[in-house]
Design a protein around this ligand. Structure first.
Ligand code: EPS
Length: 387
C-alpha cells in the first residue's frame, strides 16, 4: 500500500491517491471527516482554519461505502482558494508582482530559502505553497482510512499532547482507551492533564501576544498489534524505522522516540528491558519501556511513539533575513500563521503511524481482500497464543 499527495496551500485543493488497499473494506466517510475536523481545531490555530471546513470527496476506489481494490482518490477543497484564484492560477499571467503576491524575503526555519535555491524559484511562493502544512490534511484523511482498516483486526490508535511551550502534562491513567480519547477530544490542547492544559494555553497566549510561536511533544499509542510486524533481517524492513521516517516527514518535526526513548541514556539496562512472561494469551511483557519494539519488530505490547515539533517558523515578529533580490538584510516576510499547531500535529503523527502499521499489516497478511487479512490475522494470533 502506498499513497501520494498533491496540492498547494492556496490552490484549488488537495488530492491524495491510496494504492494497494484491500477490497471489501467498509469505509465510513463521516469518520474521516470527523478526524479532519479535529485536525482543524486546537488552541493556537490561526485565522485560516476559520475559512476552511475540510471534508473528503471520494473520487475513486470506493463504491457504496466499500473499497473495490482500485486506487482510492480523496479530494479536499481549499475554501480559501476563492481569495487566491489569480495568485494560484495555472495559466500564464502578465508579470504583475502584486497579483502573484511574490515572496522574496525567506522566513528562517521554513523551506523558503533552500527550496528557492534548489529549484531556482525567484518567487519563494513557489516553495511555500507546497511546503505548507496544509498538506497534512490529506495525510490525516489517509490515516483515518487506515484506522478503519486496522479497526477490523482489533488495532486502535490514540494520540495526545505531552508538552507545549515547556509545559509538561503529568501522566494520567484511564479505565479505557475510549475514556482517554473523550478527555483528549474535549481538551483545547488535546492533552490528558486538564491542569497542564491551562498552563499550555497561557503559553500559547503569551507567544501570540509576543508575535512568537511555540512547539511541543506529542505521543501516539497503537494498541492491539500482533507481535512480529516488521523484520530484523534487513535494515529497511524494521517497522520502528519506517514509523520514525514517517513521523519525521511531518512538517516541523525534529525528533522521534519509542517508549522511554532519550531517557534510556540515563538508565541501566536492567531498567530499560521489558521482562518476558508466559500466560493464557501466550508471551507477554511485564513492562513496556521499549515502546513495543525489539529488533525492529512489534512485541505485541502497545507501540508508544513520541515526537517533538519545533515552533512554527512563521513569526509575526520576524527574524532577520536577506532579500533575495537586493541581498540586503531585511526582516523576513510575515505570512498569516498559527502560533501553535501542536494539538493538530498530534493527529497528523497518529495518521502517518496508522498508515505505516496498516501497510505493514497488508504486507504481512496480504493485500487483496479485507476478509482474507482478517482470517490470516486470526489464525496467526491463535498460532502465537500456544507457541
Ligand atoms: C501554514 C500557514 C497557514 C496555516 C497552514 C500552514 O496557512 P495560511 O498561509 O493560509 O494562513 O493555516 O495550515 C493549514 C492551512 C492547515 O490546513 O493546517 C504554513 O505555512 O505551513
Amino acid at each position: 500500500m502506498r499513497y501520494l499527495t498533491a496540492g498547494e496551500s492556496h490552490g484549488p485543493g488537495l488530492t491524495v491517491i491510496i494504492e494497494g488497499a484491500p477490497a471489501g473494506l467498509s469505509i465510513d466517510i463521516s469518520q474521516i471527516n470527523a478526524e479532519l475536523k479535529k485536525r482543524q481545531s486546537g488552541y493556537g490555530r490561526g485565522r485560516r482554519m476559520q475559512i476552511e471546513s475540510d471534508q473528503v470527496e471520494v473520487r475513486s476506489g470506493i463504491r457504496h461505502g466499500v473499497t473495490t481494490g482500485a486506487p482510492i482518490t480523496f479530494w479536499i477543497e481549499n475554501k480559501d482558494h476563492t481569495h487566491w484564484k489569480h495568485v494560484m492560477q495555472a495559466e500564464p499571467i502578465e508579470s504583475d508582482i502584486e497579483v502573484k503576491r511574490r515572496v522574496s524575503r525567506p522566513r528562517p526555519g521554513h523551506a523558503d530559502l533552500v527550496g528557492g535555491m534548489k529549484y531556482d524559484h525567484r518567487d519563494l511562493r513557489d516553495v511555500l505553497e507546497r511546503s505548507s502544512a496544509r498538506e497534512t490534511a490529506a495525510r490525516v484523511a489517509v490515516g483515518a482510512f487506515c484506522k478503519q482498516l486496522l479497526q477490523q483486526i482489533g488495532v486502535s490508535l490514540f494520540s495526545y499532547v505531552k508538552v507545549i511551550g515547556g509545559e509538561r502534562a503529568e501522566s494520567c491513567t484511564f479505565d479505557s482507551l475510549q475514556e482517554a480519547q473523550a478527555v483528549v477530544d474535549a481538551s483545547p490542547v488535546r492533552t490528558l492533564d486538564e491542569e497542564a492544559a491551562l498552563r499550555m494555553m497561557r503559553r500559547i497566549d503569551e507567544a501570540k501576544a509576543n508575535g512568537d510561536s511555540i512547539g511541543g511533544i506529542v505521543c501516539t499509542e497503537v494498541h492491539g498489534v500482533v507481535p512480529g510486524l516488521g523484520s530484523y533481517v534487513q535494515y529497511d524492513r524494521k517497522l520502528d524505522a519506517k514509523i520514525a521516517q514517517a513521523v519525521m516527514s511531518v512538517n516541523a518535526f525534529k525528533g522521534v522516540e519509542f517508549g522511554e526513548g532519550f531517557e534510556m541514556a540515563y538508565r541501566p539496562g536492567s531498567e530499560v528491558m521489558d521482562p518476558i512472561a508466559y500466560g493464557d494469551d501466550g508471551y507477554t511483557r511485564l513492562s513496556n519501556h521499549l515502546g513495543g519494539f525489539e529488533g525492529g519488530m512489534t512485541t505485541g505490547m502497545p507501540i508508544l511513539c513520541s515526537a517533538v515539533m519545533k515552533p512554527i517558523p512563521t513569526l509575526y515578529k520576524p527574524l532577520q533575513s536577506v532579500d533575495i533580490d537586493t541581498k540586503e538584510a531585511f526582516l523576513a516576510q510575515i505570512e498569516r500563521s498559527d502560533s501553535c499547531a501542536v494539538p493538530a500535529a498530534s493527529l497528523v503523527v497518529e495518521a502517518v503511524i496508522a498508515f505505516e502499521v496498516a501497510k505493514e499489516v497488508c504486507e504481512t497478511f496480504g493485500h487483496d481482500t479485507m476478509e482474507r487479512i482478517k482470517h490470516r490475522v486470526d489464525e496467526y494470533r491463535e498460532e502465537l497464543r500456544v507457541w
